[in-house]
Design a binder for this molecule. Structure first.
Ligand code: HEC
Length: 138
């Protein structure tokens, strides 16, 4: 009987330990220095020469992507390629729950892709070449 109790207690401890690990994984890990550096960069973009619909999406981008962290993080990061942005905007949308609707996510995606091809053209061309892919205008 005593052994049974010991076994049950050990099992309970193991479950508690597992749950702690599972909870810890839910939390965001500490930010890398690379990401902290993005946050310290410029927090706005000169969109005065961008097409009007994208100037509108820029406002949405600033509001939504500046909600949890400074928009500087999204402005100075090194995502440029369409699929990098697709993956990341979706990831941020998952984090944000219903705060970013699918339509807003799409408008933001279109903005960041255009912005990358314009403002970060050098990095965009370089990464595209490295990826060995032909230009994609999806
Ligand atoms: C619900 C809060 C929240 C919202 C809204 C949000 N983010 Fe984030 N973002 C985070 C957190 C937390 C991190 C750090 C952990 C991570 O990278 O997932 C982060 C990290 C980032 C990074 C750094 C990634 C890296 O490792 O280089 C970028 C870029 C970024 N976000 C862009 C965006 C963009 C673009 C949007 C708008 C579509 C957005 N964020 C909206 C919470 C948010």
């Amino acid at each position: 009987m005593k052994r049974l109790i010991t076994t049950a207690m050990l099992a309970a401890l193991a479950v508690a330990g597992f749950m702690r690990v599972a909870r810890a994984q839910d939390q965001d890990p500490p930010l890398e220095p690379r990401v902290l550096a993005y946050d310290k960069g410029p927090a706005k973009i000169d969109v005065s020469k961008y097409p009007a619909p994208l100037q509108k999406s820029y406002k949405l981008f600033l509001a939504k992507c500046g909600h949890c962290h400074t928009p500087a993080r999204a402005i100075n990061c090194d995502f440029v390629l369409d699929d990098e942005w697709e993956r990341y905007v979706k990831r941020m949308m998952r984090k944000a729950g219903s705060y970013i609707t699918p339509d807003e996510g799409k408008a933001i995606y279109e903005f960041v892709v255009y912005d990358s091809k314009t403002r970060k053209k050098d990095l965009y061309d370089k990464k595209l070449k490295e990826a060995g892919k032909p230009g994609s205008d999806r």
